[in-house]
Write a protein of this length. Sequence first.
Length: 47
Amino acid sequence: MASNAIGGPLGRYAVVGRDGVGAIMAALMVMASAVMALGVFQKVTAS
């Protein structure tokens, strides 16, 4: 287990976070897409 390999509270977070990694990655992808869309929108409206 990651808790044995890492040890301490960080190991426990790694084990708990293993289930939420997909949701975290999806949220990051959505935020990145939103930032890119805003950048493109600003370029389109500026020109």
